[in-house]
Ligand binder design. Structure first.
Ligand code: ADP
Length: 441
């Protein structure tokens, strides 16, 4: 379309609206585009004497279709630039600026066509062209009337939007007040809960201090009592031995039997007292491991010797595997031997057929010392309980003993910086694993 005289501005505005409607722009957008077009047209008519206007629908980079209007000025734009007289014009459309089309600088504006608009097939385009060709441009008065009615509609819309906004604001304020009240309520509740938690913590602290004190007095009590008991019990054993001695007056066979009973009971008692004393010492932190380079082969050799002499059952074999050299670990030799002896002793005590085995496995920075047996095994639910003081698994494995060996062994292993784990199931033997850091840390 040519833009040469003032009347063309009206025509252009009218056509702009018609094209916008035809491609599916909403009513408000039609008015916006028509207004922007007439403003730019007026600028170009006054500034460069007019332009040629082309409407097109094109796909844009965002994948959407856009209605595009190119206004090619009849004379070159000053400095090849264009700024609308009114700054608000650019806000009426999506893009407004100059582009170069086939070496000509044109002013281009575009507005996005809604995705819901009917697709533009070539048939529909032809139809639109025919429709536009037929409709003759109205007079300036008619255009003025149209503009007026659009203005009234726009004002009306602005007012209803303002009313809606006021209503929304009111609603928002109410919601805010509600949220604020809720927030205060929550803060109060939180504060109250916090006070409760603080009080609870204070109580917990007090309880754990009491527990610590109780545990310390228990240890002290055990240590004192066992210490006090040791001397008389040793004396009883000595006296019983004297009574049974061949140098003493002969005893009747019944007396001999009774003295024997006294001796074995006193020996059991002494063993218990000694174990209690050991455990109390470990718990009170009075055992300080002396770390040296321990040769595991030597320790294993010693255990092999002492335990072989002790166990006599022909149906159980004691196997102590020699660790491959170099087999050294930084640890306390006495404590470590005590732990392993304890575990092997248990294995031999509870296994009636098969074997009890000790072997060592070297990891990158740790040693695993494994004592396994083919004994009765321990049910999974008791795996932690057997490490509790005085606990003994009910049933046939309750063969003497005190229930203090495993808790003591675990204490010692912890003191050595490692841990003691049990894997076992009834009928499948037991495996106790002592894991120790190779460098003692
Ligand atoms: P004690 O051997 O003096 O009874 P421990 O603390 O050494 O005490 O062991 C606790 C209990 O764990 C034992 O009484 C026994 O029931 C069970 N137990 C320990 N070692 C084994 C094992 N190798 N096989 C089966 N049961 C075991």
């Amino acid at each position: 379309m040519p833009l040469r005289v003032e009347r063309d501005i009206f025509v252009l505005r009218q056509r702009g609206r018609e094209v916008a409607a035809a491609v599916g722009l909403e009513h408000q957008d039609q008015v916006r585009l028509a207004t922007a077009l007439s403003e730019v047209a007026r600028d170009l008519l006054l500034g460069v004497g007019g332009a040629d206007v082309v409407f097109a629908v094109a796909g844009a980079a965002d994948g959407q279709r856009h209605l595009r209007v190119d206004l090619a000025p009849v004379r070159a734009l000053p400095d090849g630039r264009y700024e609308p007289q009114s700054g608000a014009v650019a806000r009426l459309v999506d893009t407004l600026g100059v582009v170069t089309v086939e070496e000509v600088t044109v002013v281009r504006m575009s507005r996005r066509v809604p995705a819901t608009a009917q697709a533009l097939t070539s048939e529909r385009l032809a139809q639109l062209r025919a429709q536009l060709g037929k409709s003759s441009p109205g007079t300036a008065e008619e255009e003025l009337a149209t503009q007026n009615s659009q203005l009234i509609a726009a004002l009306d819309e602005v007012r209803s939007q303002r009313d809606e906004l006021a209503r929304l604001n009111e609603e928002l304020e109410q919601t805010n007040r509600g949220v604020l009240a809720l927030y205060h309520q929550l803060t109060d509740e939180l504060e109250e809960t916090n006070r409760g938690v603080v009080a609870l913590y204070a109580e917990l602290d007090e309880k754990s201090a009491q527990l610590r004190a109780a545990s310390e007095s228990k240890t002290r009590f055990l240590a004192n009592v066992s210490h006090e008991l040791r001397a008389p019990v040793t004396a009883i054993i000595g006296l019983a031995r004297l009574l049974g001695d061949s140098a003493s007056d002969p005893l009747t066979s019944e007396q001999e039997q009774q003295v024997g009973l006294i001796r074995s009971s006193a020996s059991d008692l002494l063993a218990l007292v000694n174990e209690l004393l050991d455990l109390a010492k470990a718990e009170s932190g009075r055992i300080e491991p002396e770390l040296t380079e321990v040769d595991l082969r030597a320790v294993f050799g010693q255990l092999r010797g002492t335990l072989r002499a002790l166990h006599t059952g022909p149906e159980v074999e004691l196997v102590v595997e020699d660790p491959a050299p170099p087999a050294t670990v930084r640890s306390d030799e006495v404590l470590l031997a005590q732990v392993l002896r304890n575990l092997l002793h248990n294995g031999l005590k509870f296994t009636t057929r098969g074997e009890v085995r000790l072997r060592a496995e070297r990891g990158t920075d740790y040693w695993r010392l494994v004592v396994s047996d083919t004994g009765p095994g321990i049910p999974a639910e008791l795996h932690e309980r057997v490490f509790e003081e005085f606990y003994q698994v009910p049933g046939p494995t309750r063969v003497g003993g005190t229930g203090l060996g495993l808790p003591y062994a675990r204490r010692l292993v912890t003191l050595l910086g490692g841990d003691l784990e049990l894997a076992s199931a009834p009928g499948q033997g037991s495996t106790f694993t002592v894991s120790l850091p190779a460098d003692g840390t």
